[in-house]
Write a protein that binds this ligand. Structure first.
Ligand SMILES: C[S@@+](CC[C@H](N)C(=O)[O-])C[C@H]1O[C@@H](n2cnc3c(N)ncnc32)[C@H](O)[C@@H]1O
Length: 290
């Protein structure tokens, strides 16, 4: 894969947000639905996946208008529809038409899907939405300030904003190990990969996330909860699934991919700590309530 975002990184420069958008759209054009394939099978100790954890914030009696920001292939909206039935009014926004095409196939006709950037939700009026959800995407949004401004504008007074974002890497050794392994391979093909975060780095740390969100939601309660979520499988299966979750691995040239998968498989085979053939990821749920 080659994009202007990768080129700029190789030049040692921080790519601008336009280049990030182009890069993300390219990854999603070539691999629509990849987040869902991983996340659906990534569960907590009670067997709940992160879509289910996020949708827990919806209260059947009080909430009707639901907005999924960066809805991707639509797994979260689909879960909301299955859980709460037709009583909800569902809207999904994503900048990738390829992801929205998948969402359209699975969601009821009553759901509204809009191709747009989360930084500009002009098609939604002020104070129209009861719950804004965002699963694994806030981390990618740059600039993120206008996104939080838009969320605050479209939410009804007393509404809820909740997001699934990266947790603290240091709470899972295998997550740290696997990230470094993947980044070291991608670094062989694209110098400086990982030097600059995709999106805004403040989203990835509990303290900075709380401070940032608090600036846009001054009156609301801001809570960040952390949990570990796991996927299970043989070393070869874990290697494939885990590689497919990381954006970095999509930047790897095809001919290097088998070597990355071999290294990951060997890591899972040799790591005695991965007793149950389990890979754990630290995940945070941000909940902002009015
Ligand atoms: C990791 S995927 C998550 C998709 C879906 N929420 C899920 O969890 O299955 C990130 C999604 O965010 C979308 N995205 C990233 N930045 C965006 C932005 N600024 N505005 C709208 N969509 C964005 C991408 O197109 C992609 O579909």
């Amino acid at each position: 894969m080659e994009t202007s975002w990768l080129k700029e990184l190789r030049r040692g420069k921080k790519p601008d947000s336009g280049k990030l958008v182009e890069h993300l759209q390219r990854v999603h054009r070539e691999n629509p639905g990849f987040t869902e394939r991983y996340s659906t099978n990534c569960v907590d100790a009670a067997g709940m996946n992160t879509y289910q954890w996020l949708a827990e914030v919806i209260e059947k009696e009080d909430h009707k208008e639901i907005l999924d920001l960066a809805c991707g292939s639509g797994p979260l909206l689909s879960h909301c529809h299955d859980k709460f039935g037709g009583g909800l009014s569902l809207t999904g926004v994503d900048m990738s038409q390829d992801e929205l095409n998948l969402a359209e196939k699975r969601l009821p006709d009553t759901a509204t899907l809009v191709q747009a950037k989360a930084q500009n939700l002009e098609f939604i009026g002020d104070e129209e939405i009861d719950v804004v959800l965002c699963h694994w995407a806030l981390t990618l949004m740059d600039p993120v300030g206008p996104v939080l401004e838009e969320v605050s504008r479209v939410l009804k007074p007393g509404g809820t904003f909740a997001a699934i974002v990266d947790g603290d890497k240091s709470s899972s050794q295998e997550y740290e190990d696997v990230s470094s392994l993947i980044y070291s391979w991608v670094g062989k093909a694209h110098e400086n990969y990982g030097k600059y975060d995709m999106g805004d780095a403040r989203i990835r740390r509990k303290e900075t996330l709380k401070k940032l969100v608090g600036r846009y939601f001054k009156e609301e309660e801001v809570i960040i909860q952390q949990k570990l979520f796991s996927i299970f499988g043989t070393p070869a299966k874990l290697a494939k699934n885990v590689a497919n979750f990381f954006y970095a691995s999509y930047a790897l040239p095809e001919n290097m991919r088998p070597s990355l998968l071999d290294d990951l498989r060997d890591y899972f085979k040799s790591n005695e700590k991965i007793l149950n053939q389990e890979f754990r990821m630290p995940i945070n749920r941000l909940v902002v309530r009015g």
